[in-house]
Ligand binder design. Structure first.
Ligand code: FES
Length: 163
């Protein structure tokens, strides 16, 4: 399932940052904030608009780890597996997400583009270990503390039902 790209949104982002080569990074960030990833059709479009080759824009997108070229879910769940969280059993939480959502280390996004589950090295909230963060486009990130596998099921249900 893929999203339809609204080019007027891309135009808005370009307008915010200026149609110039120096704006490649903030423009890509703006697009990713909107779609959670960088859809392929934006590259020729931005290239034409700001007068920079598609290859160069693509090069920037692949250089920075924070840019994703794969579609991500509406909810991006970052399960912390840094040292503090790992020793306090973050992996059973990750496994519960994967089991309930039919995901794996290789398949991190559900087919309906509702959930992406990934691990991160440290959320900077070690005293709350094991911690995880839920990111939803346009909303503040939400950190969950001292999470157990059963709470993982509750988090999934709450997101599914919009609570
Ligand atoms: S190790 Fe998980 S928040 Fe720091």
């Amino acid at each position: 399932m893929s999203q339809t790209i609204d080019l007027s949104v891309i135009d808005g982002v370009i307008k915010d940052w200026g149609a110039k080569p120096g704006s490649i990074i903030p423009i890509l960030q703006g697009v990713q904030e909107r779609y959670n990833y960088l859809p392929p059709e934006i590259f020729p479009y931005i290239s034409k608009k700001i007068g920079v080759s598609e290859a160069r824009i693509y090069g920037v997108a692949t250089f920075y780890e924070n840019f994703s070229l794969q579609p991500k879910g509406k909810y991006i769940i970052k399960v912390c597996d840094g040292t503090a969280c790992h020793v306090r059993k973050s992996i059973p939480n990750l496994e519960r997400f994967q089991k309930e959502l039919g995901l794996s280390e290789k398949k991190i996004t559900t087919g309906d583009l509702a959930f992406t589950v990934q691990t991160v090295a440290c959320l900077g909230a070690c005293s709350l270990a094991p911690a995880l963060m839920v990111s939803t486009a346009g909303q503040p990130d939400k950190v969950h503390a001292n999470v157990t596998p059963d709470q993982v099921s509750e988090i999934i249900n709450a997101l599914r039902t919009g609570k």
